[in-house]
Design a protein around this ligand. Sequence first.
Ligand code: NAD
Length: 315
Amino acid sequence: MSSSDMKIITVVGSGLIGRSWAMVFVSGGYSVKIYDNQPGQAAKAITEIRKQLEELGEAGMLRGELSAAQQLALLSSHDDLTRALEGAFFVQECVFEQLEVKQSVFQDIERHVGKDVILSSSTSCLVPSNVFSKVQNKSRCLVSHPVNPPYYVKLVELVPHPETAATVMDTTHSLMTKVDQVPVRLKREIDGFALNRVQAAIIAESWRLVQDGVISVKDIDLVMSEGLGMRYAFIGPMETMHLNAPEGLGDYMKRYGEGIQRVLTSFGPVPDFCGEGAKSIVDEMSELIPADKQHLSARMERRDQLLMGLAKLKK
Ligand code: NAD
């Protein structure tokens, strides 16, 4: 496929993540055709995106070189899958996180596209060998897992199916780089990919520390937001250690490796997140931020504003 053929991307599913992907791809100058199987839903998504692009334009936070109007002109909505897929070189699937739904969506998509078209799933929790089990040509399939909201949090995990061609990983890596996301490659599929495995480890120990009465919900969140998170927004755990000893990572491990191993052996079992013991933690959190729509929406808006500022700082 020549680069002149690589201009159109189809986004299948126009919910939260589909809309965000569409905004990311048009910011890089790609034409994006949005499809949703709920009639009128894709058109509604464009109305919502218009509002967001205009607000971002006014706030000086619009991504890419094009104006909001130019980016909007690259978008189209479709209620018909065949029309939506016409001319696309890349398909980003963003439908419900249900295995059967995704499997059948990819079967439908494959019937309407040429064999070179890359089929990419946004799944957070399903491994590629399950998502693509009903696709004939699996070498063109991969997971491109975004982080919510992808417009401000740029990481994308590229996860191959055991049969994914190296060129498909490379083309997707280039595409993500071109639209100014930050792609990372997993060398093989694994449950939870990389991000959710690390996140699960953090959640588990935070939960245990609160459950065991060592620290409050409020304070464990501060451990991250005012402690570890301050560095992690810019450098990861590997570089953090490398910089925390005079002679780098090897030196760090000589000094602290044994201590880390000792602490690790004291970690408790996988916590019960839903049983009786969980109730007091949920109540403690809800006392800090009541779990009603109004309070949660206000905090989500605050989170997105802060992420926007951080994204600006990281530029
Ligand atoms: P959502 O519920 O907001 O949107 C899903 C959309 O898909 C809806 O508009 C729905 O009408 C449409 N849809 C459902 N079945 C369809 C079909 N057969 N054909 C076409 N459209 C269909 O969900 P979301 O939060 O946008 O999540 C989408 C995907 O992205 C999921 O796989 C999810 O795991 C993944 N993801 C979500 C997040 C997140 O934080 N929300 C983060 C990373 C990845």
